[in-house]
Design a protein around this ligand. Structure first.
Ligand SMILES: *Cc1c(COP(=O)(O)O)cnc(C)c1O
Length: 380
């Protein structure tokens, strides 16, 4: 049966190397901070093009530790897209600051730079909160529009935290995702473009002091060594086993998987563009296709289409059904009023189709055919 993201097929393809890596870790017993962790950090830093990679426990910790490095705190605010996974905004609130939500661009799903500047101005006029950072999200594998966002952040003296949990492998004008922020983060949750077999994450930066600080707080605020504790930190390391699993996966990602998801996306778009709104961005960008997300006319049609595909055993997902400003967890955050037309509409009209590097052409064609059937009136 067709999988939404087929991790079994990937394992079958990479089994020899993954099994060997796991066995080596078990034989060495270096389960924490083994040599594979450092090897992975070096390869990841080189791939994104920055000096430092700090592997950690998960993508949410990566965001939270980054904001801690800037001492984000009560009275501060950070600007976050309204259409994203909860963790992007949760990390801001977790540090005691207020997330100010910014509506997104309807074609790219990413933060709308014009609305970002409006939101910053509004906070400054109100004068209640101190704007500190912009948390950009590279949603569904596509880098945010850093050509527009970085100058705005600079103009208002804001740090940029790139949430590249879904963006790893994407590019903007030849520069890789996870290199655009003052600090950038990613997640190795299994379903992400580069996923491990459990939880994992990483932080990227070019700033030496920030890197030192992050390496300290991920291990209980260590100083010269583990039992010299110079600040309050936490425990957020990437296990050696996960690093050993990620190394061959990273090599496959670089050598062919990213190309394969791009090929799959092009085939979907070719087959679907006369029926639905297909993902769209200009030639400055390359996506790593964490998701392939279509838009339809209404919530009713989206739900009918999802049901129709399910009858043919085609799994689909709604990323995301609730905009950040309507999340219950944020209901008591003295938030600044804004309008979020685009993200409210997207929550009703998006549908993510099966997408992964091991999807076969015949499977893509089957999904396309079933969507065409739906639109041609054979609705069941
Ligand atoms: C998955 C995800 C995260 C969180 O990553 P975890 O490793 O699950 O903690 C953060 N932001 C975005 C946009 C994500 O998709």
């Amino acid at each position: 049966m067709m999988q939404f993201r087929d991790l079994n097929r990937q394992y079958e393809a990479l089994k020899a190397e993954i099994d060997k890596g796991i066995q080596e870790v078990i034989s060495s017993s270096a389960f924490i901070s083994g040599r594979q962790v450092e090897a992975l950090e070096e390869e990841l830093a080189q791939y994104v093009g920055l000096r430092h990679c700090i592997a950690c426990g998960n993508g949410t910790d990566a965001l939270s530790m980054s904001l801690r490095a800037w001492d984000l705190k009560a009275g501060d605010c950070a600007f976050v897209p309204d259409f994203t996974f909860f963790a992007s905004a949760e990390a801001v609130a977790f540090e005691g600051a207020i997330p100010i939500f910014v509506d997104v661009d309807q074609r790219t799903f990413n933060m709308d730079p014009v609305k970002l500047e409006d939101a910053i101005r509004k906070v400054l006029v109100e004068g209640k909160l101190v704007p500190r950072a912009v948390v950009t999200v590279d949603l569904f594998g596509l880098p945010a529009d850093y050509d527009a966002i970085l100058p705005i952040a600079e103009k208002y003296g804001l740090k940029v935290l790139e949430d590249g949990a879904q963006g790893f492998g994407g590019e903007l004008r030849g520069r890789r995702a996870c290199s655009f922020g003052d600090i950038s983060t990613t997640s190795f949750f299994p379903a992400k473009p580069l996923g491990c077999y459990g939880d994992g994450g990483a932080i990227f930066t070019d700033d030496d002091d920030t890197a030192d600080y992050l390496r300290s707080i991920r291990v209980h605020g260590k100083g010269a060594y583990k039992y010299d504790n110079v600040r309050i930190g936490r425990n957020s390391r990437l296990d050696t086993l996960q690093a050993a699993i990620l190394l061959p996966k990273l090599h496959a990602f670089i050598s062919h998987e990213r190309d394969e998801v791009n090929h799959a996306a092009a085939r979907y778009t070719e087959g679907l563009r006369e029926w639905v709104i297909t993902p769209c961005f200009d030639e400055r960008f390359i996506s790593s296709w964490a998701q392939y997300t279509i838009q339809v006319e209404s919530e009713q049609i989206r739900n009918d289409l999802q049901r129709h595909l399910k009858l043919s055993c085609i799994p689909t997902m709604v990323y995301y059904p609730i905009p950040m400003h309507q999340q219950k967890a944020f209901s008591d955050l003295g938030k600044t009023e804004g309008s979020y037309e685009v993200s409210e509409r997207l929550c009703k009209t998006v549908l993510a189709l099966p997408m992964h590097p091991y999807l076969e052409e015949a499977e893509i064609d089957f999904v396309v055919e079933k969507i065409r059937d739906f639109y041609e009136g054979t609705r069941i």
